[in-house]
Design a protein around this ligand. Sequence first.
Ligand code: NAP
Length: 224
Amino acid sequence: MKNKIKIALIGYGKMGKEIDALCKTSEVFDVVSVSYKNKEDGLDLKGIAKADIAVDFTSKDIVLKNIEEIAKLGKNLVVGTTGWNEDLEKVKKIVEKNKIGLVYSPNFSVGVNIFFKMIDFSAKLFEKFPNYDVYGLEVHHKAKLDSPSGTALKIAGKVKGLNFTSIRSGRNPGFHEVVFDSVADGITLSHQAYSRVGFAKGALIAAEFIKNKKGVYSFEELFK
Ligand SMILES: NC(=O)c1ccc[n+]([C@@H]2O[C@H](COP(=O)([O-])OP(=O)(O)OC[C@H]3O[C@@H](n4cnc5c(N)ncnc54)[C@H](OP(=O)(O)O)[C@@H]3O)[C@@H](O)[C@H]2O)c1
């Protein structure tokens, strides 16, 4: 049997558990360490040292500290935690200094990354037609802390004049909609995640990608 890729889970909430469940039936990945099973827990540095890749789905409050500590161990990272956009330059310096690899995304779903491409394409077309207004809506379950979502911020960065309205209620794992609207007609593009499994699968694709690489990559770059 070939050697499995050893994963250290950083965060064991909804996403950490989803990734763990996939790894339990995987012939490629093995979870060898879990940090922050709850807020009282710290980083399992000994366990992370034995892993190939650390996968962080925690909180914007601790993600930068986690990246710093894990980089010092020389371990590559997949970062799914959202809400730290303003720290990207800092993270690039940490990655460079410690000669590691890191891949990040506000949304590891393959479908959403295809959706990003559709938005890029549409934005170019609508640039030539200023009679169309654009607006966005995103809906997430009530436990989601950041608002607008990291995915909405990423989409907003692609289309001039696009702002999102955010709803936090119920159990929706993630809905994003962009509407181009004129007096004559409207075009709606939307993505609905049905569960968290798409995010988890994408995070593991990212883990395999970053295993032997150095430098910072956005997951979107894998779709070029
Ligand atoms: N990139 C993507 O595709 C994607 C998809 C879904 C979610 N996300 C993002 O991933 C992150 C985690 O999402 P989730 O739904 O898994 O959240 P979650 O269910 O709240 O789990 C977060 C985990 O991190 C721990 N944690 C949070 N804050 C902490 C702190 N200050 N100190 C120590 N431990 C802490 C939690 O411990 P407790 O259980 O004790 O709270 C839990 O184990 C969020 O930023 C979310 O927006 C990204």
